[in-house]
Ligand binder design. Sequence first.
Ligand code: NCD
Length: 316
Amino acid sequence: MPASKDFLGLRGLTGEEIAAILDEAAGMKRRLTGAGEDGGTLNDLAGRTVCLMFFEPSTRTTQAFAAAARAVSAKVVSFSAGGGTSTSKGETLLDTARNLEAIAKPDVFVVRHKSSGAPHRLAKHVRAGVVNAGDGWHEHPTQALLDMLTLREHFGRLEGLRVAVVGDVRHSRVARSNAWGLAAVGAKVTLVAPPAWMPERAEVLGAEVSNDLDDVLPRVDAVMALRIQKERLGSDPGPGGDAYAAVYGLTQERMKRAKDTCVVMHPGPMNRGVEMTGTVADSERSLVLAQAANGVYVRMAVLARCIRGLDEGAGT
Ligand code: NCD
């Protein structure tokens, strides 16, 4: 696969392309946790600069990208939009990026933005590579990659796995990237949501759909719970926290319906007691912290891939 300077989404990638990135991430993990060059740091991106541009809140994703960039010896420049930055004065994303390009000469921008398509537009106008770290309701490709790496490590395969993605599917970029990515690698995805939170054209996501978690639960190998995207609900708030939890919350009682081998996942941030009880989140079934840890390795692989694309002069 010719590398691109940009990494914008999983839609349209083949199973082989996704497997190649997961293999590279697994290789990064082996190298970093093994002997390590230079005391636990690899030199793959030495002399390169990664600029983090986060226009929406983030904990795991920013920290994992920063840790990933440092682990491959890149310099990290961070910009997060808030009261004290030029965004609050009305500057556009492109102007901010161009100015940061002039100041820090980054090789890769990592962008999170509330508008779907914002990283794609930026990628056309900057020399640097662009990685999508979450654009609106659209995609969050590195999250889905870390979810897939975690599942592949746990089960030893992705093909044929049955995965339920449960909750506020409609407003979730995590659900979209996982639906496209998991389908490409041959997993079977069921999107489970209350009617208000099922996307209008769920069929374009290539998954089965259901409103009934208790019916789906006995058949799946993994349940991925999604956070209720309160900030995106607008005029249709859907079921409130308690009503939602009663029907879709992953409780110990509900998990009795699942296979003993069924694992639970969550991209974070998690509302304990709503999407999942604390007991389930902290149980042996939970892969939540393995997901967070794998976030570093997939981002190392994605950054390295963008740098190869940049060096080979390939566009998106
Ligand atoms: C997700 C996001 O921002 O899309 N979080 C994350 O990156 N770990 C999911 C969410 O906010 O619910």
